[in-house]
Ligand binder design. Structure first.
Ligand code: SAM
Length: 209
């Protein structure tokens, strides 16, 4: 993300889009079946954490399915909009926290940790601590869905971001069962215009035992 637009502008523009495919993949993994419609995945009583949730499109989808959701982001305005649009009946299951990656060292225990296009924007000085918090939040059997960025990405070299080679990304997943791993290394588009993406789309599960 070039620094000539604000996260608030980016996040506000996400309102109304469908939930990201990473959420569907994560819920398929939670349900244990790849062919089960997302609407049929029971969320009642389950806890999800969305790290870097932005506008909270995926948070809203999880709330609608009965999940309790902890939504974290560094941008307070997006979190305020998320709370404001959440129906009263679901608000008691929504917990928002405005936190910068620089201060994030623990997350609530969860059955699902979702972090779409957010962890690469954690700088190298903080990434290991934030990743450790993500790993520690995973209950036995819990699912993690996230994107990590590789060295071919147009943003590579941004000192405020963290990038991983495929081997390094795989190493981060040591001890987890990799449910799906897709490497995207292609020209595409971003909010700010054309972009070359190098992204590892990951869904992984903490083993039960
Ligand atoms: C590309 S957006 C992704 C948002 C959302 N998960 C999505 O899929 O649309 C990256 C998010 O990371 C958040 N972010 C960027 N730097 C941050 C930081 N240092 N601490 C906390 N959040 C940060 C931004 O506010 C933004 O919401």
């Amino acid at each position: 993300m070039p620094h000539d637009i604000s996260w608030d502008e980016y996040n506000a523009a996400q309102a109304g889009r469908p939930p990201r495919a990473s959420l569907g993949a994560a819920l398929d993994a939670v349900a244990g079946r790849a062919d089960r419609p997302v609407e049929e995945v029971p969320g009642s009583g389950r806890v999800a954490v969305d790290v870097g949730c932005g506008e909270g499109v995926e948070v809203t989808a999880l709330l609608e399915q009965g999940w309790t959701v902890h939504a974290l982001d560094g941008e307070g305005a997006a979190l305020d909009r998320l709370v404001a649009r959440t129906p009263t009946g679901a608000r008691q299951r929504l917990h928002v926290r405005r936190v910068d990656y620089g201060e994030l060292d623990a997350l609530p225990d969860a059955d699902l940790v979702h972090a779409s296009y957010s962890l690469p924007y954690c700088g190298p000085a903080h990434f290991d601590r934030v990743w450790a918090a993500v790993r520690a939040a995973l209950r036995p059997g819990a699912v993690l869905a996230c994107q990590l960025f590789g060295p071919h990405d147009d943003a590579y070299g941004d000192p405020e971001m963290t990038f991983h080679t495929a081997d390094e990304a795989r190493e981060l997943l040591n001890g987890l069962e990799v449910v799906s791993w897709t490497e995207e290394d292609a020209d595409g588009s971003a909010y700010t215009g054309p972009k070359h993406w190098h992204v590892f789309h990951v869904v992984a599960r903490r083993p039960h035992a």
